[in-house]
Design a protein around this ligand. Structure first.
Ligand code: UGA
Ligand code: MN
Length: 244
């Protein structure tokens, strides 16, 4: 199957570094199609050139976050949704351009700032409907993990330091969904209406139940992806004419 990796991205000083890292990870993976969606009005040359130079099979889209949502950045208490519009644009692209039954693949939401082991993609390739695995450095623990019954291999709950009673206490980086399901459930999208931190739960709810999850990465005993976040550098000047 082709692994469709959906990456929202936006301009900030570390953008090129993040996209370089993630694109070079993807170079080590067979059968990927990278879908990059800029949070912008127009495609930037920086992203366009980076994708072209990567020589990955890729699709470049734009979708801007609604101004009312971006405004929440000014209020330190109001954490806003990130990546909503961009992931929806990618889902629309998949539904408009791929054919149920003919195109075979798995869809993975791959944020631009996380750290991905190439081992993860062997797990993603195994997904039949919806696969899950631990994510390191998120949810207030060293890892957020689905709890798996050792004999049945079924997910029975979640270990998370943050809202462990969510229907699916899983970060965006901790699951992948078969393309057939994405193409079938056309109504499944992300939304600003969803409660803070419940994007993943509400989205997964369109496709599966806890009992149906496929526990990957050695029955969720291995960490192959980390929710790293890059420090914002203090930049007080720029070198003219240099793209960083
Ligand atoms: C966590 C989750 O890991 C994200 O998948 C989820 O979207 C996010 O929370 C959320 O609360 O909405 P976090 O590290 O806080 O992640 O989010 P970011 O990494 O800052 O953003 C997620 C993705 O959206 C990234 O690929 C980022 O480049 C993109 N993004 C972020 C935009 O396209 N526009 C923005 O203004 C901010
Ligand atoms: Mn992040």
């Amino acid at each position: 199957p082709i692994i469709y990796c959906i990456t929202p991205t936006y301009w900030r000083y570390v953008q090129k570094a993040e996209l370089t890292r993630i694109s070079q990870t993807l170079k080590l993976v067979p059968n990927v199609h990278w879908i990059v969606i800029e949070d912008a009005l127009e495609k930037s040359n920086l992203v366009r050139n980076l994708i072209a130079e990567s020589k990955l099979i890729a699709t470049h889209l734009v979708a801007q976050t609604a101004p009312f949502e971006k405004l929440k950045d000014k209020n330190p208490k109001a954490r806003r949704h990130r990546g909503v519009e961009q992931r929806n644009a990618a889902l629309k692209w998949l539904r408009d351009n791929l054919t149920l039954g003919k195109d075979k693949g798995v869809v993975y939401f791959m944020d631009d700032d996380n750290t991905y082991s190439i081992k993860l993609f062997d797990e993603i390739a195994k997904v039949k409907k919806v696969g899950v695995w631990p994510v390191g450095l998120v949810g207030g623990l060293n890892a957020e993990i689905p709890i798996v019954h050792s004999e049945t291999g079924k997910v029975t709950g979640y270990k998370s330091g943050w809202l462990p009673n969510r229907p699916f206490a899983i970060d965006m980086a901790g699951f992948a969904i078969n393309l057939d399901l994405i193409l079938t459930k056309k109504e499944a999208n992300f939304s600003y209406e969803m409660a803070k931190g419940l994007q993943e739960s509400e989205f997964l709810g369109y496709f599966t139940t806890k009992e149906d999850l496929e526990a990957l990465a050695d029955l969720c005993t291995k960490v192959y992806v980390w929710h790293t976040r890059t420090e914002t550098p203090k930049i007080f000047g720029t070198v003219p004419g240099l793209e960083v």
